[in-house]
Design a protein around this ligand. Structure first.
Ligand code: PHE
Length: 461
C-alpha cells in the first residue's frame, strides 16, 4: 500500500495533541465519575480498585496500543479496517465480525449511556435552581427517586442528550470536538479538585481513602473481578472500535505507545479523584456505598448544597459532566457513522441521524428498566436491581468489550505480520516493543481467559 492510499477519507487530527484530547475526551466520561465510584462501592472498595488498576496497566494500555495501531493501519471505519487488514495480512475474512460486534456494542452502550447523561442534564437545572441548598440526605434521595421513577421526564432528558450527540457527529468529529475538549476537560478537572477539597473537610476523608485503598481480598468476588476488568475496557473506551476509529484519523508520525500511556494516566487520575471526593461524602452522611447507579446523584448534591458558592459550583460541575459524557458519546457511534459514510454513500448528517434515532429508541428500554420494567436478578452471586439496564451493562462492559479487546490483542499479536506491527508502532524493536509484544500475545489473552473461565466456573479463585 502506498502512503497516499493510507489516508482516511474522513480527515485527520490536526496534531498529536488533538488526538490525545479527543481520545481522552472519549475515555473520560460517565465511566470515571458516575460508574467507577458506584461499582467500587458495590464491590467492596480496595481490592476491587487494585484489580482495576492492574487491569488498566497490564491489559488496558497494551490493548489500547493494539487498537490504535490497527485503526491507523486500516485508515477506515473499524468494519472496513478489519476487512482490509484481513485481506492485506492474508488471514480469514471472518475478522470483519470484530468490526460489526463493535458497532453493535456501541449502539447498546450509548442507548443507556445517554439515559444516564440525561440525568446529568436534569441535574444541571436542579443545581442552578438552588434546590440543593441545605438539602438532607433523605431529601436528595427523594429527588433522585422522583427522576428515575418518572419515565416521561427521563425520555425528555435522554432526547436532549441524543440530539446533542447526533449534532456533533453530523458535523464531523473534528470540528467542535477539539475545542470542546481543550477547555472543558481541564475545567472538569478543576471542579473535581474543588469537590475533593470539600471532602477533605468532611472529617471522613480518611475513611474514604481507607475504603478505596485498603485491600481485603476476602471481599473480592468473581463478579467483582469481572467487573473490574470490564471497567478497565469501558473506561478507556476499548474493545468496540471507538479508539480504533479515532486512531484511523491519527497522523503516521505520532508515537502510539506514549499517547496510550498519557490517555490511560489521565483517565485513571480522574476516576481516582472522583472516588476520593465521593466516598467521604457517603460516609459523612451515613449513606450506603453500595447504593448503585444513583450514587453520585445522591452524594454530590449534598456537597454542593453545603458549600459556599454551591449553586455556582454545582451547576458548573454538572455542565462539565454533561460535556464529558458528550465527548464520550460521540465516539460510541462514530464507528457506525464512518461505516455508513463509506459503504452506504450517505453524507454524515444522514448517517448520524439514522444512528442517533436507532440509539434513541433503544434508550427507552433503559428508561423503563428503572421504573415500570424494574426487576432484580442474581449475577455471579450479586443482586442487581435495575433489570435490563444491568443486563445491558454486564453484556457490554463485562463481556463484549473484554472479548473485543482480546480479539484486538490477538489480531495485533498473532494475526498481523510482525513487520507490519513494527512498521506501524514506530518504536523500533527494543525492550519496550518486546515487552508489549509478549503482553498482547500471552498476558492479555491468558488474563482475560482466566477471568472468563472463572465466571463460568471452570477455574476457581
Ligand atoms: N470511556 C467512556 C467513559 O468512561 C465510555 C465509552 C466506552 C466510550 C466505550 C466509548 C467506548 O465514560
Amino acid at each position: 500500500m502506498t502512503e497516499e492510499s493510507r489516508k482516511s477519507i474522513h480527515g485527520q487530527w490536526s496534531s498529536r495533541l488533538a488526538f490525545i484530547l479527543a481520545a481522552t475526551g472519549s475515555a473520560v466520561g460517565l465511566g470515571n465519575i458516575w460508574k467507577f465510584p458506584y461499582i467500587t462501592g458495590e464491590n467492596g472498595g480496595g481490592a476491587f480498585v487494585l484489580v482495576y488498576l492492574l487491569c488498566i496497566a497490564l491489559i488496558g494500555i497494551p490493548v489500547m496500543m493494539s487498537e490504535i495501531l490497527i485503526g491507523r493501519r486500516g485508515r477506515r471505519s473499524p468494519i472496513n479496517t478489519m476487512r482490509m487488514l484481513a485481506a492485506e495480512e492474508g488471514i480469514p475474512k471472518l475478522w470483519v465480525l470484530l468490526g460489526w460486534a463493535g458497532v453493535v456494542a456501541g449502539f447498546l452502550i450509548l442507548s443507556y449511556y445517554s439515559v444516564i447523561a440525561g440525568w446529568a442534564v436534569a441535574y444541571v437545572f436542579r443545581a442552578a435552581s438552588g434546590v440543593f441548598t441545605g438539602v438532607t440526605a433523605d431529601g436528595i434521595g427523594a429527588m433522585f427517586g422522583d427522576l428515575v421513577g418518572n419515565p416521561e421526564a427521563q425520555l425528555g432528558w435522554h432526547t436532549i442528550f441524543m440530539v446533542m450527540t447526533t449534532m456533533v457527529v453530523a458535523r464531523g468529529v473534528r470540528s467542535g470536538l477539539e475545542a470542546a475538549v481543550r477547555f472543558l476537560m481541564p475545567g472538569l478537572f478543576v471542579l473535581l479538585l474543588v469537590l475533593l477539597g470539600f471532602s477533605m473537610n468532611t472529617g471522613y476523608f480518611e475513611q474514604g481513602l481507607d475504603f478505596m485503598f485498603s485491600v481485603d481480598f476476602s471481599k473480592l468476588s468473581t463478579a467483582a473481578v469481572l467487573t473490574a476488568m470490564g471497567h478497565a475496557f469501558f473506561t478507556l473506551s476499548l474493545g468496540m472500535g471507538a479508539i480504533m476509529v479515532y486512531g484511523s484519523y491519527l497522523s503516521r508520525n505520532t508515537s502510539i505507545a506514549k499517547t496510550s500511556v498519557v490517555i490511560a494516566l489521565l483517565d485513571t487520575l480522574v476516576a481516582l479523584i472522583a472516588g476520593m471526593a465521593i466516598f467521604p461524602i457517603v460516609f459523612a452522611n451515613g449513606l450506603e456505598p453500595a447504593s448503585g447507579p444513583g450514587l453520585i446523584f445522591q452524594t454530590l448534591p449534598l456537597a454542593f448544597g453545603h458549600m459556599p458558592g454551591g449553586v455556582l459550583f454545582g451547576t458548573l460541575f454538572f455542565v462539565l459532566l454533561v460535556f464529558a459524557a458528550w465527548t464520550s458519546a460521540i465516539s460510541l457511534i462514530e464507528p457506525a457513522v464512518a461505516w455508513l459514510v463509506e459503504n452506504r454513500d450517505m453524507n454524515r448528517v444522514r448517517a448520524a441521524t439514522l444512528v442517533g434515532m436507532i440509539t434513541w429508541l433503544l434508550g427507552i428500554v433503559t428508561i423503563l428498566s428503572f421504573n415500570r420494567w424494574a426487576f432484580e436478578f442474581d449475577f455471579a452471586g450479586e443482586t442487581k436491581g435495575s433489570g435490563i439496564f444491568d443486563i445491558l451493562d454486564i453484556l457490554t462492559s463485562n463481556i463484549m468489550l473484554p472479548l473485543g479487546g482480546l480479539a484486538m490483542a490477538i489480531f495485533a499479536g498473532w494475526m498481523m505480520k510482525k513487520t507490519s506491527v513494527v512498521d506501524e508502532l514506530k518504536m523500533g524493536e527494543g525492550m519496550l516493543f518486546k515487552a508489549w509484544y509478549v503482553v498482547v500475545r500471552y498476558v492479555t489473552p491468558v488474563a482475560v481467559g482466566i477471568v472468563f473461565l472463572n465466571l463460568v466456573g471452570v477455574v476457581r479463585f
